[in-house]
Every structure is written in structure tokens, then in C-alpha cells.
Design a protein around this ligand. Structure first.
Ligand code: NAD
Length: 481
């Protein structure tokens, strides 16, 4: 049986790639090829940017309410197609179907927030030095936005950029990740169905060098928004410097998860496990290093281990599965190498630490939920992003030590604290060098929040009113009769 071929979405049409080539998308849960996606190239990027540029004038001239109506229609279509979209997400990158549904809901929430706020991009009026003059600071769209996404939330990461970009009056060219382009293409089909004007949204599938690089370099794309790894983000920023264009980068993380002696231990264990094993650990906000106060360390680790032993790893389409496969063999091998290195550096392997094999596991790329204890600050696993199902336990003497170690990181995206002491909470919110702090709860940001990393975790931020404002720039007008 021949695979379904997905074309590029340019100017409201499905078009063949100039290269004539397609890339096979394989389900990491069972090794089955699910579809083929067009292999885009610089010529396709040029076509897409030209279409987006042509559409920009009429789209940005529409009233804010008219743009909102399109976004509401798209949101409704996403909600209607929840099950189909969730299945697409699961089949292209392997997350459990229950989590894929949550991703669809989050994507819908992001589109809804964008629709609700098209009329909230307000300007300013400033008193002038000349009689009769008014100084206006208007907020205007950038033009064509170039959006580049990672594979771990293939639908939501695209919706997170498309919603606010379009709400603010920009048009957009999206490059999904080469491993997982199908959800973004499904979203484009819904945009076509709801009648989004031609050229407002364009999708060019393909890899970083062929599509991402020319998109970043394109003279008619003044703003690049990218979600992905820190090394790729740095390359994009360097390339963007050449053209003096604005970049927003949502990059890697190494979240500390701090549990103090006065915490609700059961709640902390539950949150530590979900923040580590959700999406097979492939989340930028994941619990990458768990710091536990020595007074509760033994109780916490015993309960943690028992909870981890209950995790069901298997077919992500089964309703009861807690964890699916790693997205690819390369990613699985990267994680395994990090675990073996941690053990060589003195960590104790309590659980897992190997690829799962036998039966249905042999067809996919499954890694066992892994628990490392006796992890110490000098080990590489404490500093490098694992992005996999590996929980590292570190014992701390007190809150000061936890805070100090948490901050000794190149990353600064998310952090977690479990305690009942308000003084500690206040100190943490002041002193922790992270853009997003979760107090007494697990992971999961909201569309109306602001998802923003410090240091090597990025530059810019997404969601909420601050995220929306990234998609406009100011224009100052000295107004006289
Ligand atoms: P990646 O950097 O390999 O790829 C991300 C995207 O960038 C892909 O579409 C890729 O094709 C493209 N790309 C790569 N090199 C490029 C270049 N030189 N020019 C233009 N485009 C280029 O990352 P990934 O493996 O897809 O994602 C995993 C990473 O993403 C992790 O580090 C994770 O923490 C991070 N992430 C961050 C957030 C956040 O909001 N901060 C969210 C999700 C994932």
C-alpha cells in the first residue's frame, strides 16, 4: 500500500515541493510508516514568504474583531477534530493518546486566548511639547513571521505561534519539525476549511538546513520565533544578526524540583513523577533534577520508587498507557548514554537504565522509566538536558543549599518548589533565576500565563498578553492638524 503524501500548504493551496521529494514519517511506537511529507527547500520558502507578504496588507487591514472571528472558527474546528488530531500527534511522535488529547485542548486554548485578545493591543497618547500636537504610539504588526517548531508538542507549539501572530495582524510561514509535521498540516487543513484567507498561514515542511535556514535568512521575514534546542537557537540568533531581525527563542530547560521537609510528600511525589515522565520526559519544563531535604529523603525516595514501578509503558494508543516510546532511536541512544555516564560518575541505578525489549517493545523505541540516586552536583546529568524518562535524585541539607544548587545551571526556564513555608516561597520567587516557578504543583502552563526562559533557555517568551505583544512593534506618530 502506498503511503499518503502530504504536500506543502502555500497560499491556501496544497502544492508539490520544488524538490519533488518526500520524507517518510514513522511511528516510533511500532516502526510503521504513517505518511510521507514534502521535503521543502529554499524555493518553497520563497514561494511561501511571497504568498504571506501578499496576504499581509489585506489581513492586517481587517478589523481586530474580523481576525478574531477566523481564530474562533479555527479553535472550534480544532475542538471538533480533537480525536483525529490527538491520534495524529500520537502516531507521529508517540505520546500517549490521553496526553495528546490534552495537547489538542491546550492548542485550542491558545487559539482562543489569541482570538479573545485581538482587541486588547492598545496604543498610547503622550502629551507633546507643541501646542495642538499629540504624540501617538501605535502598535503595528511586523509583517511576515517565520515560525520554527520542535517535535515534542507538534500541534500546540505551532498553534502557540499561529494564534498570536495572526491575532496581531501578521501573516506566517510555519516550519514544523521534520519528525512530526502531520499535526501542523492537519491544522492547516482546518484553516482552509474555515476560510482563512489565502496566504495568511503557510506551512513548509522539511528539515532545518533546507527550510529553517532560508526562512531565517529571508529578507522579507522581520521576526523569527523558534522553539527547539539551545544549540539550534544560538545558530538562529547568529544568522538573524546578519539581517538585524528580531528573534524569539524558546529553548531547552533543566528544571530543579525542590522538596522541603515540610512538604505534602504524597503530592510532591505525584507531581515529581508526572513532571518527569509526562510525554516520556520530553518536555522543556520537565523535572530534570529532584532536590529533596535530607529529613524526608528516605520517605520520598521510597514512595517515588513505588509510584514509578506502577508506570505502564507501552502502546500509546491504549487508554491506560502512562508512557510511550522515545521519539526516535537517536534520542533514545542519547538518553541511554547520559544514564550510563551518570552511573560511571558514581550515581546509583535504582530502576530502569535500559531500552525495553521483547514482544511489542522490539518494534518501537521504548526506554524504561529510570531512577538514579546518589546523584551529585558535579555529574554531567545534573547540568545537561536529558529530555527523557530519567529522574535524578539529589539530597540537600537545607533550603539554602537547594536554592544555590538550583541556580547553578546554564538554563533558567522552569522550577518547582514543594513547601508550606511562605517565607521560603517568597524567597524562592525572588532569588530563583527562572522565568516560570511552580509552587506546590506539577507542570503545565496556561494560555493566559507567560512561558519565558532565562539564560540558555531562551529569549522572548510566549503566551498571554506578553506573548501576544511580541507580535507587534511600535510606531510613533507626531500628529498635527
Ligand atoms: P531542534 O533544535 O533540533 O529543532 C527545532 C526546530 O529547529 C526544528 O524544526 C529544526 O528543523 C529547526 N532547526 C534546527 N536547526 C536550525 C537552523 N540552524 N536554522 C533554522 N532552523 C533550524 O530541537 P528539537 O529536538 O525539535 O526540540 C527539543 C528541544 O526543544 C529541547 O531542548 C526542549 O527543551 C526544547 N523545547 C523548548 C520549549 C520551550 O518553550 N522553551 C518547548 C518545547 C521544546
Amino acid at each position: 500500500m502506498s503511503l499518503k503524501k502530504h504536500e506543502l500548504f502555500i497560499n491556501g493551496q496544497w502544492v508539490k515541493p520544488e524538490s519533488g521529494a518526500y520524507v517518510t514519517i514513522t511511528n516510533p511506537a511500532n516502526g510503521v510508516d504513517v505518511a510521507a511529507a514534502a521535503k521543502g527547500s529554499v524555493q518553497d520558502v520563497d514561494r511561501a514568504v511571497a504568498a504571506a507578504r501578499k496576504a499581509f496588507g489585506p489581513w492586517s487591514a481587517k478589523t481586530a474583531s474580523a481576525r478574531a472571528d477566523y481564530l474562533y472558527a479555527l479553535e472550534r474546528a480544532v475542538v471538533r477534530e480533537r480525536e483525529k488530531l490527538a491520534t495524529t500527534i500520537t502516531s507521529e511522535m508517540g505520546k500517549p493518546i490521553t496526553e495528546a488529547r490534552m495537547e489538542v485542548d491546550f492548542a485550542a486554548g491558545l487559539l482562543r486566548f489569541a482570538a479573545e485578545n485581538t482587541r486588547r493591543l492598545q496604543g498610547e497618547i503622550i502629551p507633546a511639547e507643541r501646542e495642538g500636537e499629540k504624540i501617538l504610539i501605535d502598535r503595528v504588526p511586523h509583517g511576515v513571521v517565520g515560525a520554527i517548531a520542535a517535535w515534542n508538542f507538534p500541534l500546540a507549539l505551532c498553534a502557540r505561534k499561529i494564534g498570536p501572530a495572526l491575532a496581531a495582524g501578521n501573516t506566517i510561514v510555519v516550519k514544523p519539525h521534520e519528525l512530526s509535521p502531520l499535526s501542523a498540516l492537519a491544522l492547516a487543513a482546518l484553516a482552509q476549511e474555515v476560510g482563512l484567507p489565502e496566504g495568511v498561514l503557510n506551512i513548509v515542511t522539511g528539515d532545518g538546513p533546507d527550510v529553517g535556514v532560508p526562512l531565517v535568512a529571508h529578507a522579507d521575514v522581520p521576526l523569527i520565533t523558534m522553539t527547539g534546542s539551545t544549540p539550534a537557537g544560538k545558530k538562529i540568533m547568529a544568522a538573524a544578526a546578519e539581517h538585524l531581525k528580531e528573534v524569539r527563542l524558546e529553548l531547552g530547560g533543566k528544571a530543579p524540583f525542590i522538596v522541603m521537609e515540610d512538604a505534602d510528600i504524597d503530592a510532591a511525589v505525584e507531581a515529581a513523577v508526572s513532571a518527569r515522565f509526562f510525554n516520556c520526559g520530553q518536555v522543556c519544563t520537565a523535572n530534570e533534577r529532584t532536590y529533596v531535604h535530607e529529613a524526608v529523603y528516605d520517605r520520598f525516595s521510597k514512595s517515588l520508587r513505588a509510584r514509578m514501578e506502577k508506570l505502564k509503558v507501552g502502546d500509546p494508543l491504549h487508554e491506560s498507557t502512562d508512557m510511550g516510546p522515545k521519539v526516535s532511536l537517536t534520542e533514545l541512544e542519547k538518553v541511554d548514554t547520559m544514564v550510563q555516564k551518570a552511573v560511571a560518575q558514581g550515581a546509583t541505578l535504582e530502576l530502569g537504565g535500559h531500552r525495553l525489549q521483547g514482544g511489542a517493545y522490539d518494534r518501537g523505541t521504548y526506554y524504561a522509566p529510570t531512577l538514579l540516586s546518589n546523584v551529585r552536583h558535579g555529574m554531567d546529568i545534573v547540568h545537561d538536558e536529558v529530555f527523557g524518562p530519567v529522574l535524578s535524585l539529589l539530597k540537600v541539607r537545607d533550603f539554602d543549599e537547594a536554592l544555590k544548587l538550583a541556580n547553578e545551571s546554564q538554563y533558567g526556564l522552569s522550577a518547582y518548589l514543594f513547601t508550606k513555608d511562605l517565607g521560603r516561597v517568597l524567597r524562592m520567587t525572588r532569588e530563583l533565576e527562572f522565568g516560570e516557578v511552580y509552587v506546590n504543583r506539577g507542570a503545565g502552563e496556561e494560555p493566559q500565563g507567560f512561558h519565558h526562559g532565562y539564560k540558555n533557555s531562551g529569549l522572548g517568551g510566549e503566551d498571554g498578553q506578553h506573548g501576544l505583544e511580541a507580535y507587534v512593534r511600535t510606531k510613533t506618530i507626531y500628529l498635527n492638524a
